[in-house]
Ligand binder design. Structure first.
Ligand code: DGY
Length: 506
């Protein structure tokens, strides 16, 4: 774990982070967006955007707010904030198949088999009822609702102008309501993930569900997916190991779920009830529910600041309902489990996401104590760089060639997760300084091997840059304070000894 860092290294990290965030900004459709990374993710993502905006806020407050506002202008009529926005593509156009896979039109295709998506006829997606309002520029799912957390921290740093704050609060209120209205198919009081691309694509808790879906794939479908995958080609071209990415089986399942959701969307538009039978993947996770209950409380604070007591009251009561539902359906006495809504199976799979309810500071003390212990014992102790995303005792961890510590959401260290959870660990500064050490040595990468610290995945990664910028500024500030304190101390000592000298001579 890390040690205090040189002044010049911290300044270099801040400068690198600034350059990356600036370079990843782009304008299209008269709006401002930020890419997670120009190399692997050339569009705008739904949980990256607010995390990056927070990083930009100190230097460029207006740009940061525009990023949030412009992304939210693609919010769906049901309140969903889409997982990806592909700005700049026109009606009926397809996103460049060599730049990213899969392109957005897959979210409007209702077949059940893997297609050649670059060759798909516009007729196969443009007639979908959701295509009309999105113009095909967005995907059909949401990502983790981290927006209110980031916005609250931005507002605390420097108050957001009242009118802009109120509009953002209204949009986030609709986003949160979307989860309760559209993602609680059994009325459990907790909300479900309908696709792993909500944020932790190939995390071990999804293994069984993904395997069940991919089991129906033909060899031709697997071959077709392999041929179309741009992420693997780009990883190899950059000299990386493709086994740090999800497998082709995972991708077959990702695509089949997308088609299933497009079919469910058509059904909803026909006015027919949509049940869990219509949704291929239904997972109630502590990560989503814990983050949403915290986000509801943050939204309540923001709503109060914007003079919207109505929204504040509703958000706080939604948070209470989630808390109760989590304890009833996901708490197993020792930790939070993932619940598969298709099979009813509940498993505490030792994935770092199971500690995310720590963000909800209103959960009972004994629950929070248990989670702190899990965070330390399962995800920190015994790893050189913490927190690892998958505990060593997780039997489901399957190593890619590069080792499980290196495979995407199956083990590596993600700095945004570190930053969210560090305040609840025994040693937040050690986590921070270690993360800064990784960034200084390996660059601002998407994730890092939990054992060797090697930088992996996309380079020049936005939310890593945002986190590193915040942490490096904090560390610099501390060094400056220590210097001042040391300076005062030295001045006092020098002063005292000078007086003594003076006295002894007198
Ligand atoms: C990807 O392309 O790997 C993303 O995680 C999908 O959101």
């Amino acid at each position: 774990m890390g040690t205090a860092m040189e002044h010049t290294t911290l300044q270099r990290l801040i400068q690198d982070a600034r350059t990356i965030l600036q370079d990843n900004l782009h304008e299209a459709d008269g709006k401002l967006f930020v890419m997670p990374s120009g190399s692997l993710y050339p569009a705008a993502w739904g949980w990256d955007t607010p995390q990056i905006a927070e990083g930009l806020y100190a230097d460029q407050p207006d740009t940061a707010l525009r990023l949030l506002e412009d992304y939210l202008s693609y919010q769906w009529p049901d309140g969903m904030v889409p997982h990806i926005v592909f700005p700049g593509i026109g009606h009926g156009e397809k996103f460049d198949a060599t730049a990213y896979f899969p392109p957005p039109h897959v979210w409007y295709m209702t077949g059940d088999s893997i297609d050649d998506y670059a060759a798909a006829s516009p007729d196969s997606f443009m007639r979908h009822p959701d295509y009309a309002h999105t113009e095909g520029k967005t995907t059909g799912i949401a990502q983790y609702p981290i927006w209110a957390l980031n916005l609250r921290r931005m507002h605390e740093q420097r108050p957001i102008p009242p009118k802009r704050l109120e509009k953002l609060v209204e949009q986030l209120d609709r986003f949160h309501r979307f989860f309760h209205e559209q993602r609680d198919p059994e009325g459990l009081g907790i909300v479900a993930e309908f696709h792993p691309w909500i944020g932790c694509d190939n995390a071990p808790p999804y293994d069984k569900a993904l395997h069940r879906i991919a089991a129906t794939a033909t060899p031709e479908e697997l071959e077709s997916i392999h041929r179309q995958r741009v992420d693997v080609k780009k990883t190899i071209a950059a000299g990386g190991d493709p086994s740090v990415r999800p497998t082709d089986e995972d991708y077959v399942a990702f695509l089949k779920i997308a088609h299933g959701l497009a079919r469910a969307g058509e059904k909803r538009h026909r006015g027919e009830p949509v049940t869990t039978d219509d949704i291929p993947f239904v997972v109630y996770s502590p990560m989503l529910n814990g983050m949403l209950s915290r986000a509801e409380d943050d939204l309540a604070l923001l709503a109060r600041a914007a003079g919207r007591e109505d929204i504040a009251g509703q958000a706080a009561s939604r948070a209470g309902k989630l808390r109760q539902g989590m304890m009833q359906h996901l708490w197993d006495g020792e930790g939070f489990a993932y619940l598969d809504g298709k099979t009813g199976e509940k498993e505490n799979v030792a994935f770092l996401g199971s500690c995310i309810p720590l963000l909800d500071e209103k959960l009972p003390d004994n629950v929070r104590d248990g989670l702190r212990q899990q965070l330390r014992e399962r995800f920190q102790d015994g790893f050189r760089h913490g927190f690892a995303t998958t505990a060593r005792d997780n039997p489901a961890r399957i190593a890619g060639k590069a080792g499980f510590e290196a495979c995407y959401w199956r083990g590596p260290v993600w700095l945004n997760m570190n930053e969210l959870l560090a305040p609840y660990s025994d040693n937040p500064k050690t986590i921070r300084d270690d993360a800064l050490g990784l960034a200084a040595k390996e660059g601002l990468r998407e994730y890092y091997d939990a054992e060797t610290g090697k930088g992996l995945g996309a380079d020049r990664f936005g939310w890593t840059a945002a986190r590193v910028m915040g942490w490096a500024k904090e560390a610099l500030h501390e060094t400056a304070q220590q210097k001042t304190a040391h300076g005062r101390f030295s001045e006092r000592i020098i002063g005292e000894s000078a007086n003594e000298h003076h006295r002894s001579r007198a």
